[in-house]
Design a protein around this ligand. Structure first.
Ligand code: ATP
Length: 363
């Protein structure tokens, strides 16, 4: 595979994996991951994230397709010839060995001189902020510290690529947030290409340079977090990442611009960029913080079904007069009278908040 450009660390070309019995875990995946990138595979349980990661690591052979590593075809190379470090959820450390021995293990296998092993283990432990913990056993560490030892064990061999499968999944919320920050910092510091598997959209949005959103063994969208959030390409991405209101209808071009003709005679003014879609049936997505209740009654009519106080905001579930559901998020403001369940409202949706979404990934 000589056609790959220099800054591509890993390249998947038309990768598929079937387990037999009709299970297509991954279907025809194309993906280029850049050198030094923090890249996440994000999607619901069973969408094929782990299978994809295991094929990149070499633990699983693809049924079809090629895998390139820095321009070298590694489709059939065994894991130890791929120069990758691995960190998994509940990564098993050797319980009867010390932190130092656990981290040194990979270097011993590579038969490095003792002095170099000592220096590299010390550096790796410093990088995960565990200097001073060398003599402890895993049972004497917290869950977060154990995960950091697993991370040190992976980075100490200075891999080209670090593969992480839900490495923070077992940690409580607070610890997870601080480890996310630390892992991101460490990745930047090391300049290593990192592929991160998670089903947690918030985690993927905060940490990644780019995200591939997967669904049913296919990629729905690959983009930077802000694009994934603000310009979701498909219905699935809009719905899986954060919250979205999805409305469908015919795109109609009239004297006063272009609008979406919703059922029940409701009209949603669309951005001018959607004019070329006139005549087609389309679904659009709108993020809840982009919708407000209009003061003058202009907008889509409906009523409030439910109001959820979230601390910094309130999320309103509303039902439009045609029966469609719409979500509205208003920032918290004290002393203001807020509508409640049952109240009539009109939803004001600026055209630039409206994103057309495809029904599924492009074939
Ligand atoms: P999770 O977040 O739950 O780990 P995932 O996105 O990582 O899910 P995979 O583990 O890649 O998903 O699984 C993808 C599909 O392949 C699932 O339908 C799963 O049941 C199936 N699968 C995975 N491993 C095997 C196997 N060894 N034999 C048969 N089917 C498998």
């Amino acid at each position: 595979m000589r056609d790959m450009t220099d800054d591509i660390a890993i390249s998947l070309k038309a990768i598929s994996k079937s387990y037999g019995g009709g299970v297509d875990a991954v279907s025809n995946l194309d993906l280029d991951i850049r050198e030094g990138e923090f890249f996440s595979l994000l999607g619901p349980s069973g969408c094929g994230k782990t299978t994809t990661l295991r094929m990149i690591a070499g633990f699983e052979e693809p049924t079809a397709g090629r895998i390139g590593l820095g321009g070298r075809d590694v489709t059939w190379a065994p894991p130890h010839k791929r120069d990758m470090g691995l960190v998994f959820q509940n990564d098993a450390l050797f319980p009867h060995r010390t932190v130092h021995q656990n981290v040194a293990f990979g270097l011993r296998m590579r038969r490095l001189p003792a002095a170099e092993i000592a220096a590299r283990v010390a550096a790796a432990l410093a990088q995960v902020q565990l200097t001073g913990f060398e003599a402890r056993h895993p049972g004497q560490l917290s869950g977060g510290q154990q995960q950091r030892v697993a991370l040190a064990r992976a980075i100490v061999i200075r891999p080209r690529v670090l593969l992480c499968d839900e490495p923070l999944g077992a940690l409580d919320r607070k610890l997870r947030a601080s480890m996310q920050f630390e892992l991101k910092e460490l990745q930047r510091e090391l300049g290593v290409t990192l592929i991160y598997v998670t089903h947690d959209q918030e985690e993927a949005l905060t940490m990644s340079d780019r995200i591939a959103v997967m669904n049913g063994g296919r990629i729905e969208q690959v983009a930077a977090p802000d694009t994934i959030y603000n310009r979701p390409a498909t219905r699935f991405v809009a719905d899986f990442i954060g919250e979205a209101t999805l409305l469908s209808g015919a795109v109609v071009r009239g004297a006063e611009g272009v609008h979406l003709a919703l059922s029940g005679g409701l009209r949603l003014p669309l951005p001018g960029s959607m004019a070329p879609m006139a005549g087609a049936e389309r679904t659009v997505a709108i993020r809840p913080e982009r919708i407000t209740f209009s003061g003058d009654g202009a907008g889509l009519p409906g009523h409030i079904v439910d109001a959820n106080f979230l601390g910094t905001a309130t999320l309103y579930k509303t039902r439009l007069d045609n029966g469609a559901l719409a979500l509205v998020r208003l920032p918290a403001a004290s002393g203001e009278a807020r509508p409640g369940p049952g109240d009539r409202v009109a939803l004001s949706i600026p055209p630039d908040a409206i994103v057309p979404v495809a029904s599924g990934p492009a074939a």
